[in-house]
Design a protein around this ligand. Structure first.
Ligand code: ASP
Length: 334
């Protein structure tokens, strides 16, 4: 029988209310005990590195989860991280960069309703996550939620209440899960997937937390870039449309880049990505090698990837190389 490690970190799935609002209390083992037939899929192990609302999840916690997986990697066939939905997409992206080329699947899941709620979605999400984590073909980091498996770099929380909370941004879902059946999409993702070789994943230990997302709004003041210099090494700029940046910000943006700090440009439009070459209001930024283009990556993945890249190197050429490397389906190269 396959062995799956449940790494419980909190979230709504583990939450109960004492009158002061939902907060996580249940352990991973208590949650699994509520899921019928789960022990027929895999032999489960449990570890509880934290029990928090994912609102409070920080990069140092991503590194702790990474450590737990690495320490028990040899003893299990797959991993299921129980996590709050609110920042799950960030953690899934971070784990995608911290543990690369993992032949063993690392699945994140949670729920919109607590396990203790009579109308919970927690049982099916946990059951199907263990099913996916115990499957021979699954690999790398993914989010399994509401009958879908999504690459860990492409998940985005789209709905605050519906069970169908996550969408796969600018990339197809990896699989649909119907009851007990995993239906995989795409060549190389089903029975024709490359067989496992037993190779160890590539693991990274460092992140630069000083990364900020800045969303353009009309009349944003250029002075913001000066103010950000104290606390941040990188800004991820969510531009208008396919890549429009107001003329008033031109000098401040180039001042930021020339100071040796990192600028990543993306779009605030949720779907289809960025192309700075289309309009005159974007062109000035298109050819500068110091400005990194987010293409069709999600903002969550850009945050995690920028933290990972700057955790590994400060050399501009190497920053570019790592940033444009395609990892766990995170970007579609042009
Ligand atoms: N606030 C909760 C969390 O992210 C929401 C959830 O889990 O659905 O931990």
């Amino acid at each position: 029988m396959k062995r799956v490690l449940i790494i419980a970190t909190g979230g709504t799935i583990a939450s109960t209310s004492d009158g002061a609002g939902l907060a996580p209390t249940a352990t991973g083992r208590e949650l699994a005990d509520k899921v019928p037939l789960i022990d027929t899929i895999a032999e489960l192990g449990f570890v509880q590195p934290m029990n928090i609302d994912s609102t409070n999840m920080r990069p140092r916690d991503w590194l702790r989860i990474k450590d737990v997986i690495v320490e028990s990697y040899a003893d299990y066939d797959g991993f299921v991280v129980l996590h709050g939905t609110d920042t799950m997409a960030y953690t899934a992206a971070a784990l995608s960069y911290l543990i690369q080329d993992s032949e063993k699947p690392i699945v994140l899941t949670g729920s919109q309703q607590p396990m203790a709620s009579p109308f919970t979605d927690a049982k099916l999400n946990l059951y199907q996550s263990v099913l996916y984590a115990a499957d021979d073909v699954s690999r790398d980091v993914s989010v399994v939620f509401s009958g879908k498996a999504i690459a860990g770099t492409r998940a985005h929380k789209q709905r605050t209440m519906s069970f169908n909370a996550f969408m796969s941004m600018n990339y197809p879902s990896l699989a649909y899960i119907r009851n007990d059946r995993i239906v995989r999409a795409g060549a190389g993702m089903g029975a024709d997937a490359a067989p496992r070789t037993g190779a160890a994943p590539t693991v990274f230990d460092a992140l630069d937390e000083r990364v900020l997302v800045l969303k353009l709004t009309p009349e944003l003041q250029p002075s913001i870039f000066e103010l950000l210099k104290r606390d941040y090494d990188a800004v991820i700029l969510e531009t208008f449309g396919i890549g429009g940046i107001p003329d008033t910000l031109h000098d401040a943006i180039f001042g930021w880049v020339d100071s040796g700090r990192t600028l990543v440009v993306t779009t605030q439009v949720p779907e289809e990505g960025l192309d700075l070459g289309v309009y005159e209001v974007g062109r000035a930024y298109a050819e500068n090698p110091g400005i990194l283009k987010g293409d069709d990556m999600s903002t969550e993945a850009l945050v995690a990837k920028t933290m990972w890249v700057l955790g590994q190197t400060r050399d501009p050429e190497n920053v570019r190389k790592l940033f444009y490397r395609e990892i766990n389906h995170d970007r579609t190269p042009r």
